[in-house]
Design a protein around this ligand. Structure first.
Ligand SMILES: NC(=O)c1ccc[n+]([C@@H]2O[C@H](COP(=O)([O-])OP(=O)(O)OC[C@H]3O[C@@H](n4cnc5c(N)ncnc54)[C@H](OP(=O)(O)O)[C@@H]3O)[C@@H](O)[C@H]2O)c1
Length: 403
């Protein structure tokens, strides 16, 4: 590709970061020639030439001058429309919209094939950490066993403040919002959906299979209570919001997003504040660990820049693993060990445990630790959303390998 002429959609946190890094990156041979936003009059931190702005999608898509669309808007439906229309016109796209991608990847993968047009999105999963391209290119074999990590900076920041600085949860959340780590509606981060959407995208590149978000058990940190934190401290563990995809046999893999009791010997134990960390486990190489900033203006923009520069060499994902003849299938028919804290909710009437390992009835709250099918948790998900209930995974996979 000769000079990259970018039509940029979105000039918010990420969009302005992209404007800065593209200007700095002399070797990128790239230039932003148009910027589409909702409100061109809005005051912004970065001052760009007013003539660059438009509110018309067509002005970018119809321009013969533009040979790459970079989409970083905060409206998933509009993002889907823009990305699809660009691809149908044969214009390659770089996108950061995890919600849109997690919902529409199968169709967008098909479009890439039929229209011979690239769609790159490393920034959508873990900001500056190059997870997607690594999984796509380097881990292209059958040895991959697990991809697991802290994929959401806001919830991790809150949990760090609560654990390391003994701050009340509400104060930590308010601080995360003030620092711009959490959205004004923080439920996307703290209920686990941000991690879920990233996990869906990661799994496509890790194991070659798309699993729709609604088929995946997702539980966040919004109901965490002082008693959970006390319990974790007594046991010498931290509670982290962890997303994981795990090969449980040659035939099957499973995936879920849940708070987890993390012991100090795990890499993610020391991933604190707004940082992200991803562990990749393989048959022959044990564990590898990637750590870095998972969000924020410039970190995310750096990953977008890397995708922009990859287009200089016509790079595109090949989705080789999707065509493998023997691929493990998704299952929720696996047993997990979980901690469930409750008070009013009649947990024993709701959840069927295969085995109860520990129980405690207290003044303030009760808890039970037991073995339970992931499918049982999925089936009962809506009944586990009471303010008095909190659930955490106690890891059981690969324990024999980690000692
Ligand atoms: N923030 C992060 O750290 C981060 C990290 C990784 C991925 N992402 C993803 O990147 C995307 C952007 O995030 P952000 O934090 O930059 O959001 P943001 O600060 O809220 O900015 C969103 C931008 O999108 C524009 N916009 C919204 N709807 C539009 C439409 N229909 N047409 C044209 N422009 C439209 C807005 O225009 P106005 O300015 O005129 O309102 C604004 O400039 C999201 O998908 C997010 O999930 C963000």
């Amino acid at each position: 590709m000769s000079k990259i002429k970018i039509g940029l959609f979105g000039f918010g946190v990420v969009g302005q970061g992209i404007y800065e890094v593209v200007r700095k990156a002399k070797n990128a041979n790239a230039e932003i020639v148009k910027i589409c936003v909702r409100d061109p009059e809005k005051p912004r931190k970065i001052q760009a030439d007013k003539r660059l702005f438009t509110t018309s999608v067509e002005e970018i898509l119809d321009s013969p001058n533009i040979n790459l669309v970079v989409e970083v808007i905060n409206d998933p439906d509009a993002a889907y429309d823009i990305v699809k229309r660009s691809m149908l016109r044969g214009i390659p796209v770089v996108s950061g919209s995890k919600t849109m991608l997690a919902r529409h990847l199968p169709e967008l993968i098909e479009l890439q094939k039929t229209r011979h047009v690239a769609l790159l999105y490393d920034a959508s999963s873990c900001g500056s950490i190059p997870v997607i391209r690594n999984l796509e290119e380097y881990y292209d074999n059958d040895l991959l066993l697990e991809v697991k990590g802290i994929l959401n900076g806001s919830s991790n920041y809150i949990l760090s403040r609560v654990f390391d600085h003994a701050e009340p949860y509400a104060d930590a959340l308010a601080q995360a919002q003030a620092l711009g780590f959490a959205e004004s509606d923080p439920s996307f981060d703290i209920e686990g959906y941000d991690s879920l959407f990233k996990l869906v995208i990661i799994t496509v590149h890790a194991l070659g299979t798309y699993v729709a978000p609604e088929r995946i058990f997702t539980y966040g940190i919004s109901t965490i209570h002082d008693s959970d934190i006390r319990y974790a401290r007594e046991k010498g563990v931290k509670i982290k919001l962890v997303a994981q995809v795990v090969k449980v046999s040659d035939e099957h893999f499973t995936m879920f997003v849940m708070p987890e009791f993390v012991t100090p010997d795990k890499y993610i134990y020391s991933v604190d504040d707004e940082y992200n960390g991803v562990v990749i486990r393989g048959e022959c190489y044990d564990r590898q660990f990637m750590f870095g900033k998972g969000a924020g203006s410039l970190p995310t923009a750096s990953s977008i820049l890397s995708d922009i520069m990859a287009r200089l060499h016509d790079y595109r994902y090949e989705y080789k693993k999707m065509n493998y003849v023997q691929k493990p299938g998704y299952t929720t028919d696996i047993t997990l060990k979980v901690y469930v804290r409750y008070k009013e909710t009649d947990i024993h009437n709701i959840l069927h445990f295969d085995k109860i390992r520990e129980q405690y009835i207290g003044e303030e709250s009760n808890y039970v630790i037991g073995d339970i099918l992931l499918s049982e948790l999925m089936d009962k998900r809506s009944q586990l959303s009471g303010r008095d209930v909190f659930l955490a995974n106690i890891p059981i996979f690969f324990l024999n390998r980690d000692r």
